[in-house]
Design a protein around this ligand. Structure first.
Ligand code: ZN
Length: 401
């Protein structure tokens, strides 16, 4: 007998170019068979996924889930790791720099090991992370040796370094700010990557726009990640409405572009401009905190996926952007991000709900869409996880138009 069988679902796995009705058998935490029809009497537990989409477990590579190691105030609180993760249909999360060299110990020792969700973190280049935002004011807020030590101590959880191109650090340090973050990742020599937040949400300073081309051409290398790729903020990828040539060249070199919807870094207008000029992001992520989960305009990763579909990205592409592609970026594609036989049984069951939905961006504009995604179940390493009620008073779906 196998542990679990998921039957009758529409299996959508971009990593294998699979889209069709298939059954999946799971045993001892691994996927052991995929076939058009598997006898249900061979399994201890059967999930009937008729009418549902079965995808590799969703991966959110920009979250803030350092709840409990940051501030006690209810304002701008970090999210709970499993409320952001498995209970929202997301089997893997990356905390994007909520903590730095002096407080990331709380994350790696108390949050990650106690989470049901597969949980990773990036080390903020600022020693205290965003517990003291803006986390980098001058060189005193960066401790390269302590950062290297953190990455080397826990390369199983800390996958790289995060830097935010925001004031005042970009004024006092200029391009040295991301260069110091890159230095930590390189000198640690643990295979870590650099994620940079573009768009100066703190100051709208013209220096952010001056630094963007230099950041893209001189600092970032293949495998590094630009988050907030569809931001309207100064210092992001648009200059006077035109996509920076350096962004196109960086993509050619293998730099990754992530959405990172967030509370202040996404507008429908800038998204259309960036994508119309040929840069459709590699990965979709939420930048979710506890605050945005409730107050929006970003309530969940599945809502971010639906937002991308409202902008014309296909269901298959948006699933790729939340499964196989982020698995490659994190270097965990030998374990998850696919429903292939032999891999960890990380699976998400989604309902595609048709309707007339209203999406909001961070500048107050709205956009309608005809499809939303509702998480129905998540399986993490073979264990079936319950989905919670959802972030809205009525559950998971976006507002009705
Ligand atoms: Zn963030």
């Amino acid at each position: 007998m196998t542990d679990l069988l998921i039957t009758n679902g529409r299996l959508l796995d971009p990593s294998q170019d699979l889209d069709g009705e298939m059954d999946i058998a799971i045993d001892e935490g691994e996927i052991i068979e995929i076939a058009p029809s598997i006898d249900p009497s061979t399994a201890d537990r059967v999930i009937d996924a008729r009418g549902l989409i079965v995808t590799p477990g969703l991966i959110d590579i920009h979250t803030h889930v350092a709840a409990g190691v940051r501030k006690a105030s209810a304002e701008d609180m970090m999210g709970d790791v499993d409320a952001t993760g498995v209970h929202a249909g997301v089997t893997t999360v990356l905390d994007a720099g909520s903590t730095g060299a002096y407080n990331i110990g709380g994350f790696v020792n108390f949050i990650a090991p106690n989470a049901l969700t597969r949980t990773y973190a990036l080390l903020n280049v600022g020693t205290m992370g965003v517990a003291r935002a803006p986390e980098v004011r001058d060189a005193e807020d960066i401790d390269i040796e302590a950062g290297i030590a953190a990455l080397q101590a826990r390369p199983d959880v800390i996958l790289g370094v995060k830097a935010r191109m925001v004031s005042p650090g970009i004024k006092t340090l200029g391009i040295e700010l991301p260069k110091k973050a890159k230095e930590i990742a390189d000198k640690a020599d643990t295979g870590g990557f650099l994620m940079v937040h573009v768009g100066d949400i703190m100051g709208e300073d013209p220096v952010a726009a001056e630094l963007a081309p230099q950041l893209l051409s001189e600092v970032l290398t293949a495998g590094d990640v630009v988050t907030h790729s569809l931001s309207f903020q100064v210092g992001a990828l648009l200059n006077g409405g035109n996509l920076l040539d350096e962004a196109k060249a960086a993509r050619e070199r293998g730099v990754i572009f992530d959405v990172g919807v967030g509370r202040a870094n996404f507008s429908f207008e800038s998204a259309k401009r960036v994508m119309d000029q040929g840069l459709v992001p590699d990965t979709v992520s939420s930048d979710l905190t506890q605050t945005s989960r409730h107050a929006g305009p970003t309530h969940s990763l599945v809502e971010c996926m639906a937002k991308m579909m409202a902008l014309g990205v296909s269901l298959e592409d948006v699933v790729r952007m939340a499964t196989s592609r982020p698995a490659e970026v994190l270097g965990i594609d030998d374990e998850t991000g696919t429903l292939a036989v032999g891999y960890d049984a990380d699976v998400t069951l989604l309902e595609a709900v048709g309707g007339d939905f209203l999406f909001r961006d961070t500048v107050g504009d709205t956009h309608t869409g005809s499809m939303a995604l509702r998480p129905v179940s998540a399986v993490r390493a073979g264990q079936v996880m319950p989905i919670d009620f959802g972030p809205r008073p009525w559950g998971w779906l976006p507002e009705e138009a």
